[in-house]
Every structure is written in C-alpha cells, then in structure tokens.
Ligand binder design. Structure first.
Ligand SMILES: O=C1O[C@H](COP(=O)(O)O)[C@@H](O)[C@H](O)[C@H]1O
Length: 234
C-alpha cells in the first residue's frame, strides 16, 4: 500500500479552487499533447463546488470527454441522479461544450443493458487523464459498497470489463460503476473528501483490513507510479 498524499485546505471553497485548478491543468495538458482529454468524476453531494469552479476553466472543452465514476440506476428526472447533478453543476458555462457520456439507459434493471454500457465505456475507460473519487462514511468509493453483490466483479484487477453492476445491501436502487482497472490506471487519481468524519474513515481504511469491509482500500492498495492524491477540507 503506497501512502496517499493529503492536500489539506482550510475551507471547502479553497479546496474546490485548488482541485479544479489541478484537474484543469491535467485536461489542458492532455488536449495539448494528445488532442483530447478524458475525465471521470463522482456523484453525490461533495463535488458540486468543485464542479462549478472546474466548469469555468478556460480550456478547449470541445475536446474533453466527461463521464461519471458511478451512477444510481434512476432516470435523470430523479433527484438522486448523479448525471442530473453533473449537468447542473459541471456542464454549464464553458464546460457545456464537453462531450458527456452517461450510464443510465431506460430499463428496469441495468443487467438488461450491460453489454451496451460496457461497449460504450470501453473506448473511453482506458485510459482516463483524471479520475476524481468520492467516499462514503462506510468506506465505499465509486459504487463499490461493502460486501455488496457485484463487489468482487468491480474489484477484480484482471477484469476486462470497464463497468460493473452492484446491488448495495439494504438499498433498492442498483448501481452501475467503473471497475477497478480504469480507475487506478488514471494518469491523475484523486480522492475528494470533506469533514472530520470522512478523514477518520480514510484513516481507518489505511490501517488495513479486508477490502470488502472498506472498498476504498482497493484504491489505497493499488500499485501506481503516482500516489493517490487526497483533497480534504474540514
Ligand atoms: O452515492 C454516492 O456516494 C459517494 C459519496 O457521496 P457524498 O454525497 O458523500 O459526497 C459518491 O462518491 C458516489 O459517486 C455516489 O454515487
């Protein structure tokens, strides 16, 4: 397990500014050298401020592809949709010119459209210029929930699938998520967390133990040239 580098900010605003500046530099660099850039971001509530700062970055968004790290299996008119949150906070202003690749397809269960989604994500999933993860208080990241049916498929380092389906215990909604390889193969990999409680969760994950108890350990334990960058503010 390589030690993550923790970037501590005094405020959530300063964190959003700092993370957005870093991600914008990575994307601009990829556009300049390769003609295009690929970014995967998390959903939930934490990234909103960061999205709004990033959306204003002066880069050639027409050559940037953005997708989610994971999605709740709900249509975009549902308030729990990560895609809807991303459209509101990131695909606004200059960043509206980016190409967005969503997970959700109308169907009752994601299993019905797994092949379509896997084919959709395969070309962009290897390899991302930047992946920004979030984390829940239970140690889940992406939609890798502790002991969830589907977790083993998510975390298989040898899988050729870019996405996996998860059925988190105690939740009605299925999830669709990137698998471990496209996440840990990202050029720039960051974990964006806020609050003392999440810092304590990260510290608990770092002490070691079963990955299925705290799936964020799969990221902490991945062999990478660059260490995981943690962006934290109280
Ligand atoms: O459900 C999810 O939760 C995590 C953490 O969300 P937050 O609201 O605590 O920031 C998020 O990273 C993930 O993308 C999302 O689907």
């Amino acid at each position: 397990m390589s030690e993550p580098v923790i970037h501590r900010y005094e405020t959530r605003e300063a964190l959003a500014e700092g993370l957005a500046a870093g991600v914008a530099a990575v994307l601009a660099g990829a556009v300049a050298t390769e003609g295009e850039a690929r970014l995967a971001v998390s959903g939930g509530s934490t990234p909103k401020r960061f999205f709004e700062r990033l959306a204003a970055a002066k880069i050639d968004w027409r050559n940037v592809t953005i997708t989610l790290v994971d999605e709740r299996w709900v249509p975009e008119d549902n308030e729990r949709s990560n895609a809807a949150m991303l459209r509101r906070h990131l695909l606004a202003g200059p960043a509206a010119a980016a190409r967005f690749v969503p997970f959700y397809e109308p169907s009752t269960m994601p299993e019905e459209v797994f092949d379509t989604l896997n084919d959709r994500f395969h070309p962009i999933g290897r390899r991302f210029d930047a992946v920004i993860l979030g984390m829940g208080g239970d140690g889940h990241t992406a939609s890798w929930f502790p002991h969830a049916p589907g977790l083993a498929e998510c975390l298989d380092p040898a899988t050729h699938d870019t996405i996996a389906i998860v059925h988190p215990l105690g939740m009605d909604e299925p999830r669709v998520t990137l698998t471990l390889p496209p996440v840990v193969d990202a050029r720039f990999l960051a974990l964006h967390i806020e609050g003392e409680e999440k810092l304590a969760t990260l510290e608990a994950a770092k002490t070691g133990g079963p990955v299925a108890d705290m799936p964020v350990r799969a990221v902490l334990g991945a062999a990478r040239t660059e260490p995981l960058a943690v962006f934290w503010a109280p």
